[in-house]
Ligand binder design. Structure first.
Ligand code: AMP
Ligand code: MG
Length: 319
């Protein structure tokens, strides 16, 4: 039976025994194991039911450790790390020989970041190895942003979730890689394209590829509720098409719907994209538990974090 606790010492013991612990980060909860333990890495894939061709992100507590993980670090990568670490930016870099191919899914590159969460940074400092940690959810399902989400997914298959409260940013990290020193954005995430570009200038976005997923987040169906979910530009109109269905609404701001039977999740009370992003997955989890026939999600404005939210909603609503 899974335990929810703030016991870093216990987490350390479990990880040193080559087992897994769910850890809080500012993006989503991660399912963490020692990057140098084949046993732990295998368990990550098995527990999540994650395809082996989907590489993992390596988590560090300090920039000085990067030289043990990656080589030939491009100038732009250094600038981005200086600007955003600790934080929700993952860099894909040429891997050091010592990084196991099980972590990188056979690639010569490795994904790495420093998470911005005090409990997890403290845990990482106490370990003498970095942690590989994909999101702590079964492959393809909604990512966890609370310790309870993790406990619901892995009641019997995980010993401990380290409780660090609600994830502050609430969606996955933004992933940036390099092809011949040219920066490429592989996954939209909780740092906006505009913020990345303010540091290194215009960046190409390549974030959809079903055949050879560079990043699992690139699969066109991902982050999906079990309930049928559709995306709409106009909820007030859309809802008229489902007069007899039990419908749930996921909307950015307050709507004028005078139908008491509708379950509504307003993602932001103050109308900010930052707050909407932080609430997105928890709202999806709540609606998914209500036995609805349909969830209608509102399309967000295509700027700033709205782009990242639309990316997740599109993948959640793809058949
Ligand atoms: P998640 O399950 O959300 O933590 O996903 C981890 C993300 O990092 C995935 O989208 C990975 O594919 C991505 N990633 C890890 N390693 C690499 C790599 N070598 N090249 C490209 N993306 C990577
Ligand atoms: Mg994931």
């Amino acid at each position: 039976m899974i335990q929810i606790s703030r016991d870093i010492f216990k987490a350390k013991q479990i990880l040193e025994n080559e087992n897994l612990v769910a850890i809080p980060t500012e993006t989503v909860y991660g399912l963490a194991g020692n990057i140098y333990s084949e046993k732990a890495i295998n368990k990550i894939f098995k527990t999540k039911n994650r395809p082996f061709n989907n590489p993992l992100i390596v988590h560090l507590h300090s920039k000085e450790l990067l030289e043990n993980i990656a080589q030939e670090i491009p100038e732009k990568a250094k600038k981005l790390a200086d600007a955003f670490w600790p934080g929700s930016l993952t860099l894909v870099l040429k891997k050091k020989e010592s990084i196991p191919y099980s972590v990188t899914a056979g690639k010569e590159t490795v994904a790495v970041r420093i998470p911005n969460h005090s409990l997890t940074l403290e845990l990482l400092k106490q370990l003498d190895f970095p942690l590989a940690a994909p999101s702590a959810n079964p492959f393809g399902s909604i990512s966890p942003t609370t310790s309870q989400h993790v406990a619901d997914y892995f009641t019997d298959s995980l010993e401990l979730v380290l409780d660090g409260g609600n994830c502050e940013n609430g969606i996955e990290s933004t992933i940036v890689g390099f092809e011949n020193e040219k920066a490429i954005l592989y996954r939209l995430g909780s740092i906006s394209v505009e913020d990345i570009e303010s540091i290194i200038g215009p960046i190409e976005i390549i974030n959809k590829n079903d055949n050879s997923p560079n990043a699992p987040g690139m699969l066109s169906r991902h982050y999906a509720p079990k309930t049928k979910t559709i995306l709409s530009e106009n909820i007030e109109d859309e809802i008229k098409n489902y007069p007899t269905s039990k419908v749930g609404i996921l909307s950015f701001k307050e709507l004028n719907l005078n139908n008491v039977n509708i379950e509504t999740e307003i993602l932001s009370s103050n109308g900010t994209l930052k707050e909407a992003t932080a609430n997105l997955y928890a709202a999806m989890h709540r609606l998914d538990k209500k036995g609805l026939d349909l969830i209608i999600a509102e399309k967000f404005p295509e700027n700033d974090l709205g782009k990242s939210i639309n990316d997740r909603l599109e993948r959640a609503t793809k058949k």
